[in-house]
Write a protein that binds this ligand. Sequence first.
Ligand code: SBW
Ligand code: ZN
Length: 261
Amino acid sequence: TGDQWGYGKEDGPSAWHINYPVALGNRQSPIDIVPDETTLDRDLGPIFLDYDSCTSINISNNGHSVVVEFVDSDDRSMIRGGPLDNPYRLKQFHFHWGEKGHEGSEHTVAGLGYASELHLVHWNAVKYRSFTDAASAPDGLAVLGIFLETGDDHRWLHLITDVLFMVKYKDSVTDFKGFNPKCLLPNRLHYWTYLGSLTTPPLHESVTWILLKEPIVVSDKQLGMFRMLLFNGEEEDERKKMENNFRPPQPLNGREVRSSN
Ligand SMILES: NS(=O)(=O)c1ccc(C(=O)NCc2cccc(O)c2)cc1
Ligand SMILES: [Zn+2]
């Protein structure tokens, strides 16, 4: 029942196609971005993130990642512009990370992985009535991807790492209000964009990916806090550290990756 998938040997990315055949589809994510092979598209305008009235609700451990949910019953937190024909509503953000510094991101750049990748998940509320409806439509979702590299402490990430102990176990949730993800953006919003999918089951091919070229910098210590999270629930005997929750790059299948200036 429900999602039996994970990131282990038996239930990991190489086995997902058994229950989710679209895993072998032609617009799967993540991918390796090869900057020299992207198309500079001068018609690609800037992206706008209107998060000022955003309302975070809670932070939770869903057994695959740590997720911060937002109120998405109106247009208070939106992404627009860039490759998007409509504005899309922010629903949640979450992270993917490794166990060592050099891998952990989902997308790679010229074959190189970052330590982690932040995904801000938005849905097209102009065309679809709910996230679930949008999530299975080819233009239903827009995910903003931000790479995390290790270096100095990030001045605002502690707002998240300070509460991770509250959501150590799968299916734990705690209030998390007043957090504006704008504080997690890099200085420049130059990006790559391509058509892809959710990177976890159900792997729906419904995502317009927008990946920021400039990573944000977080410290090893801060990233290490994410590894205190567990994949398993409190009642389970086996303790499985939540790490390496990333899918490897998938075939490009001739897709175009466009670059903003
Ligand atoms: N890693 S990702 O950003 O591609 C990603 C974003 C959202 C989701 C997600 O929402 N999964 C649950 C889901 C999917 C479709 C319909 C639903 O009702 C729920 C999964 C992966
Ligand atoms: Zn993700």
